[in-house]
Write a protein that binds this ligand. Structure first.
Ligand code: HEC
Length: 208
C-alpha cells in the first residue's frame, strides 16, 4: 500500500512537470480529467478481465478521449492552433484508488515527435513485429507480459486520413502547421505517414 501511494505521488509529480510548458494549467487539468474519467469507467466494472482485455479497453478509452480533445482543438483553433496549444498531448494517466489496478498509460513511437515519446528497446521490438504483421496484411496482435511484477501491455496506433494534416507528407501538411511543428518540436520525426500505417503504440502498465 505504501509503495502504491509513493508511486502515485511520483507519477503525479512526473505528470505536473512532464507536460509541455506551452499548455496552460486549465487545459491540462481539463484534459487529464476527461481521459481519467474514461479510464475509470472501464476499470470500475466489477467483472474479472484478463490483463489483455483490460489493457485494450484502457487504450481504447484513452484513444477516444484524446481523439475527442483533438477534434475539438482543431475545430476551435484550426490545425496549426491545435499544435500550438499542445491540446493533443497524451496524458500519463494514473489513479490511486486501490481497486483500480492502473499504473501508467503512455504513447510512444519509433518516429516520435515529442522527445519524451521515444520507444525503448522492448517497445521498438514490438513496433517492428507489428509493422511486419501490417505489411503481411495480418491484423496486429497486441502483446502482454509480466514485467517486474506488473502487467505491461502493448497496442498498435494506426493512422487514418485525419492524422495526415499533422503527420502526413509535405503536400498534406499546411505551411502554417509545419511551421508550428518545427517551432515546438525541432527534432520531429513524425511526418511522411500515409493512411493505415503504424504511427506508434499504447503502453499500458497495470498493477497485478
Ligand atoms: C493537430 C495536429 C495533429 C493531428 C491531427 C494528429 N496529431 Fe499526433 N501528434 C501531434 C503532436 C503535436 C504530437 C506531439 C504531442 C506531444 O508533445 O506529446 C503528436 C504525437 C503523436 C503520438 C505520440 C508519439 C510522438 O510522435 O510523439 C502519436 C502516437 C500520434 N501523435 C498519433 C496520431 C494519430 C494516430 C493521429 C490521427 C488519429 C494523430 N496523431 C493526429 C499532432 C497531431
Amino acid at each position: 500500500m505504501k509503495n502504491k501511494i509513493l508511486l502515485y505521488f511520483l507519477l503525479l509529480i512526473a505528470f505536473a512537470f512532464g507536460s509541455k510548458s506551452c499548455m496552460n494549467e486549465e487545459n491540462k487539468s481539463k484534459k487529464a480529467e476527461n481521459s481519467t474519467t474514461a479510464v475509470k469507467e472501464v476499470l470500475s466494472e466489477k467483472d474479472v478481465k484478463s490483463p489483455l482485455e483490460k489493457g485494450k479497453e484502457i487504450a481504447q478509452a484513452t484513444q477516444a478521449a484524446l481523439g475527442k480533445n483533438l477534434v475539438q482543438a482543431i475545430g476551435e483553433s484550426g490545425t496549426a492552433g491545435a499544435i500550438e496549444f499542445c491540446n493533443i498531448e497524451a496524458i500519463p494517466i494514473t489513479d490511486s484508488l486501490a481497486n483500480i489496478h492502473l499504473a501508467a498509460v503512455k504513447r510512444v513511437s519509433d518516429k516520435n515527435r515529442n522527445p519524451d515519446n521515444a520507444a525503448n528497446e522492448a517497445e521498438l521490438a514490438y513496433i517492428n513485429e507489428a509493422k511486419n504483421q501490417l505489411a503481411a496484411n495480418q491484423s496486429i496482435k497486441p502483446q502482454v507480459k509480466d514485467q517486474d511484477g506488473k502487467w505491461l501491455a502493448y497496442f498498435p496506433i494506426l493512422t487514418n486520413a485525419m492524422c495526415l494534416q499533422c503527420h502526413g507528407k509535405s503536400d498534406q501538411v499546411s505551411k502554417e502547421a509545419l511551421a508550428k511543428i518545427e517551432a515546438h518540436y525541432p527534432n520531429d520525426k513524425a511526418l511522411g505517414y500515409g493512411e493505415n500505417e503504424l504511427r506508434g503504440i499504447w503502453v499500458i502498465e497495470m498493477e497485478k
